[in-house]
Write a protein that binds this ligand. Structure first.
Ligand code: OOG
Ligand code: NI
Length: 454
């Protein structure tokens, strides 16, 4: 048998992200509004900036823009996390990066499942920010044991999806028909359930430990909690959100507005308050839970370790100056002021080794025989034989993620955990190591350099 009978992992990921988008639109109608609004803003930007439109067309990024989404889920056990790793692998998604959120008062650590090679990213860059609850951070021993017990009794995967994951691992792929069945079955894990599995009283006890503990432990599965479209102008999209009456977060997380966007800027609107039924004794008790929210993001240049260190230092400076982190007030001004220290033109960013670039021959460059292109990339660029295009940041930012978590968990709650990052424990639960994001960008850049003389 040949591999021809299998569809590509890119194809399965595209089907899945489409199906997920469809499901979330029916679960959270405001998400549909958000997608529409972002589509309008993006069309406006591409019209107004033909150079950007041409660059995105050349790099293959234009096509992915309209389907680009990231989602997020939170799970409770090592078993759940490692099975998710296998489920995402069927769709060509690998765990990239380790994010410790405990320092920001959120008792989880996380990774992002996403495609890693250039072509797959352009086909569909769908990513899922996936968090594992750190039960060891619950202080109350009896509650911790109760939560662990509840989690150990639930199964968040359908028997069908487990069987298809095994089949895919065994055979090396899925047929078109099996891919469809896989998508339908996998989607069940991410579905919202308006019936809790615990009593209202237990829910309150879990909630008192941390809202997030209640969110993870009280339900049958790890409902997708947001699905984020990518905008080309987050300030315009934020203003449009406010104009339509969506209660957007006061402050945009990440770097300030710049001529050359870097990394990731994000904003969200508050979680919906949803009616939930709690089984308790004879009667069903009703209550509410806030789990799901809307978010938009703008992506920019992927930074090298040197660029990232500068970003982290300037961000810390802006936050420390105000004492309270990114909670409004004059934060945006402080952020702008701090980032005056970050070069804002691509030539400088590239020469100073702050960001990653994809090198591409121009028509004039392609017209030369390969042997004559063997010059340093900078020389090729000076002579108009090659151009350097920014490589897009495909990952997340821990400080921003903490801000998103906080604002959607109800805001005010501030807790400090003494715990430290524990990447080893996370990888053990995952059953694999997480990939290093810098190595991935480095490879994409190196591949493009090699192509110049190919
Ligand atoms: C994840 C929050 C982080 C992002 O885009 O940084 C996140 C969550 O609330 O589960 O989605
Ligand atoms: Ni998000």
């Amino acid at each position: 048998m040949t591999a021809d009978r299998f569809v590509s992992t890119d194809h399965i990921r595209s089907l899945f992200s489409q199906a997920m988008s469809h499901m979330y639109r029916t679960e959270v109608p405001l998400y549909g509004t958000l997608v529409e609004l972002v589509g309008e803003v993006n069309a406006g930007v591409l019209d107004a900036q033909p150079e950007l439109a041409a660059r995105m067309q050349r790099s293959g990024e234009r096509e992915r823009l309209d389907v680009e989404r990231h989602g997020a889920i939170r799970v409770g056990t090592a078993q759940e996390l490692s099975t998710l790793r296998r489920l995402f692998a069927v769709m060509g998604m690998q765990p990239v990066g380790y994010y410790d959120l405990s320092v920001a008062g959120v008792p989880v650590h996380s990774t992002a499942f996403r495609p890693v090679d250039g072509e797959s990213l352009n086909r569909n860059p769908f990513r899922v920010f996936t968090s594992l609850l750190r039960l060891e951070l619950i202080e109350d021993e009896a509650l911790r044991a109760q939560a662990a017990g509840i989690l150990s009794r639930r199964t968040i995967f359908t028997p069908g999806v487990l069987q298809l994951i095994e089949q895919c691992e065994r055979d090396g792929g899925l047929s078109g028909e099996d891919a469809w069945r896989f998508v339908v079955e996998a989607l069940e894990t991410f579905r919202w359930h308006n019936e809790a599995t615990v009593s209202l009283q237990t829910y309150h006890a879990l909630h008192a430990a941390h809202r997030l503990v209640a969110d993870v432990v009280s339900f049958r599965g790890p409902h997708i909690n947001h699905l984020t479209p990518r905008t080309l102008d987050i300030d315009a999209a934020q203003a449009a959100m406010q104009a339509r009456g969506l209660a957007a977060k006061a402050v945009i997380e990440g770097p300030p507005r710049r001529a050359c966007p870097i990394l990731l800027r994000q904003t969200s609107f508050k979680a919906l308050e949803e009616l939930v039924h709690f089984p308790s004794g004879e009667d069903n008790a009703a209550g509410t839970h806030t789990a799901r929210f809307g978010e938009i993001e703008q992506r920019g240049l992927a930074l090298t370790p040197k660029g990232r260190a500068l970003y982290d230092a300037l961000l810390a400076q802006a936050r420390d100056n105000g004492g309270a982190g990114s909670t409004g007030g004059d934060y945006m001004q402080r952020l702008q002021a701090a980032f005056a220290g970050f070069p804002d033109d691509h030539a400088t960013l590239r020469r100073e080794g702050l960001g990653y670039y994809r090198y591409v021959l121009t028509d004039a460059g392609r017209a030369l025989p390969a042997a004559e292109r063997g010059l340093p990339a900078e020389v090729l660029i000076e002579r108009g034989l090659a151009v350097a295009e920014p490589i897009v940041y495909e990952d997340f930012l821990p400080v921003s993620a903490a801000g998103i978590f906080q604002s959607n968990l109800g805001g005010e709650e501030q807790r400090a955990y003494a715990a430290r990052a524990n990447r080893e424990a996370f990888e053990q639960a995952l059953g694999a190591t997480v990939a290093d994001e810098f190595a991935i960008y480095e490879r994409l850049q190196a591949e493009s350099l090699a192509q110049l003389v190919a």
